[in-house]
Ligand binder design. Sequence first.
Ligand SMILES: Nc1ncnc2c1ncn2[C@@H]1O[C@H](COP(=O)(O)OP(=O)(O)OP(=O)(O)O)[C@@H](O)[C@H]1O
Length: 239
Amino acid sequence: MAAPPVIELDDVSLGWRGRIAVRGVSGAFRRGSLTAVVGPNGAGKSTLLKGIVGLLNPLKGHIRLADDPRRDLAFLPQANELDRSFPITVYDLVAMGAWRRVGAWRRFAGEEHERVEHALEAVGLSDFRNRIIGTLSGGQLQRALFARLVLHDARTLLLDEPFAAIDRDTTEDLMRLLAAWHEEGRTVIVVLHDQEMVRARFPEALLMAGQAVAWGPTESVLTLENLHLARHLCAGDYL
Ligand SMILES: Nc1ncnc2c1ncn2[C@@H]1O[C@H](COP(=O)(O)OP(=O)(O)OP(=O)(O)O)[C@@H](O)[C@H]1O
């Protein structure tokens, strides 16, 4: 029997300043699924994720979430949307992932401290715990942000181009972490441009081009025909 839906989209349209960027998407992400969201530049992939996490209200249609979005949904936006000038340490950035459990002002228990140390170790940043985040390289910052996701411990994770402009080793390490979340039964949705990685590591895919072109098992989504259609619909560069 198919797993129950975690996120259901019913004829969802989303846009910016009255202009539609994503039109009429219907379908569901099922509990425990690992899905890559792919498509040309400007296809509406980021817009769709922002709609799901509640940063953008649908212009039309409904988005239904099975879980409490404040506790069970974690979102990692594109790196360029992050303010790195805030003077906090790697440790504090990672610890912030726990605030839904701990509360903003309550005491940070020893157990949470251990969780932070464990997460830093998992991403290879134990020696960087006291560094100010503005001094990190792109790959190190992405590792720290993944550690923060570990602390968040959400049932569903949405990540927008987490491997953009980072080196191969970091990508491989973080991909392993992502695969582990999937193995733990979490629902994972990732915007990606690397088609090879999608085919090799993601069982499901959603191909966007201002609308959902195809959604389902990756090999049935990333067909030449669908990819041509997506390119045609966006009339831009593909992947
Ligand atoms: N904050 C914004 N304000 C106005 N328009 C926006 C905003 N963000 C995105 N758009 C527009 O919405 C459309 C979809 O953009 P979106 O960023 O969702 O695409 P994408 O598939 O994630 O693209 P990319 O692969 O280039 O990151 C584009 O036409 C874009 O210009």
